[in-house]
Design a protein around this ligand. Sequence first.
Ligand SMILES: Cc1ncc(C[n+]2csc(CCOP(=O)(O)OP(=O)(O)O)c2C)c(N)n1
Length: 462
Amino acid sequence: MSLRYVARRLSNQKILVSSNPRNAVRTLNVPCQQQCRSVASTANAERVLFPGSLNSKFTNTLEFLRPATQEAIPTFRVMNQYGEVLDKEMGVDTTDEEALSYYQSMVLLSVMDLIMFEAQRQGRLSFYMVSAGEEAIAIGSASALSPSDVLFCQYRETGVYLQRGFTLDQFMNQLFANKKDLGVGRNMPVHYGSADLNIHTISSPLATQIPHAAGAAYALKLQNMQQPDASPRIAVCYFGEGAASEGDFHGALNIAATRQVPAIFICRNNGFAISTPTSDQYRGDGIASRGAGYGIETLRVDGNDIFAVRKATKEARRIALEDGGKPVLIEMMAYRVGHHSTSDDSYAYRQRVEVEDWKRRDNPITRLRKWLEGRGIWDEDKERKLRSRARKEVLAAFDKAEKIEKPAIRHAFEDVYEELTEEQKSHINELRDILERYPNEYDTTQYEGGVESLARLPEKKV
Ligand SMILES: Cc1ncc(C[n+]2csc(CCOP(=O)(O)OP(=O)(O)O)c2C)c(N)n1
C-alpha cells in the first residue's frame, strides 16, 4: 500500500497519517464521547474530560441508569404477519422476480430440512439441524450481500449457503460424508464450508467464528485500502443469542469497534440456546442493547419479515464500508420453531402449544407467500408444484450422495500440518494394525482404497 495513497484516502476522513504503518489506519472518526481533547479539565467545565469517557456532562442529579424502566429497543419491519406492507412510502425494494426466487429457496430449504430430519430418524445419517422459522434471516441477509464478502456461520445458516449457490449435491455429499464432500468427511453433518463461495467452514465450539470474523474484517479493511480499484469487501458473522454469552462475542465486538472494521454481526435471536430460554441467558434488552455498549451501530429486526431483513442488511453493508470501515450489529428476532437438532426433544422444556402457536401466528414462509398472493403472482397450484419439484430434487441428490463411496481413511490425518508428523505416522500405522486385526468390527471396504489408503509409513523414533 503506498503511503501517499493512504494519506489521500485518510485525509478525507480526518485520519492521522504517520510514517509508522501501525498508525496509518488509526482514524479520528470516533464517537463524540470518545473524542480526544487536549485539555484535561478546567474549573468551569461542564463535561468531564476523563480519558475513559471524554464527553460526559456533570450532573447534580443522583440517578442510576435503570434499564428495566426504559422502552425496549424497537423492532424494524416492513410488512406485518398478513403480508401487508406497512409503510407504503418506504415499500419493498425487491422485484417480483426476486421475491419469487427467495420464496422458492425458502420452500426448498424447509423441504430439505423435513426430509433430512426424517432421514436421521431412520438412521441414514448421524445428525441434522433444521432452520425452521429462521429461513428469512438466512436467505434474506445472504441475498443482500456481495458474493465476494467473507462469511462466517454458526450452523443454522443452511439458507445462507443455499442463497450463495451451494448445490443440493454439495449439501448431500457433506451430510453423508462421502468422498465428494468438500471437507472429505472430516466434520459432522451440517458443518459445511466452501472456499469458492467465500464461506468459512462451520465449527462446533460456539462463538469461535466471531473473533475470526473480526480479524478477517480487519484484514479486509487493509485490503480494501490497498486495492482501491477493486470492490470493497466486508466480513459477515452469524451467531445465535446463546453464542453471544461466550467471552468470544465480547472480545470480538470490542476489537471490531476499536479497530473500526468493515463487519456485520448478525445475531439470530430465536429464544433458546438448546433448552436454555433467553430469560435464563440474560437480563438486558436482548443482544442489541450490547451493541451500544461497544459503540457499535445496531438495529433490531423482525426476522420473520424477509423484506426487513434485506433492507437492514443492505443498509448495514453500506454503513460497514463508511469511512473505511465500521462494525454493525443486527439482532434478528425469530422464534425457533424446530427442535435444536436431531439430538434434542424440545417438548421436554417447552410446551407443544407454544410452538404450535408460533407456527400459526407467524412464519417467514407464510408471510412472504401472503405477500406474493396479494400481488397475484402465487396460488395453490404453483405452491403444490413447487413443493413437489423441491421434494424430487432433494431426494434425487440424497439418493446419489448416499451411494457414493466414503473418502479415503488417510484424509483423517492430512492437512493438519503441511507434512505428516512422526506422531501422525505412528497413529496411521497403529490404526492400520487395528483395522487389520478386527476386520469383522470395522468394514473398511466402503472407504476409497480400503485399508490400503493407510500406507505403511517408515517411522523415525523420536
Ligand atoms: C463452547 C461450546 N459450549 C457449548 C456447546 C453446546 N451447544 C451447542 S449449540 C448450543 C446452543 C447455542 O444456542 P444459540 O447460539 O442461541 O444458537 P441456536 O442453536 O439457538 O441457533 C450449545 C450450548 C458448544 N457447541 N460449544
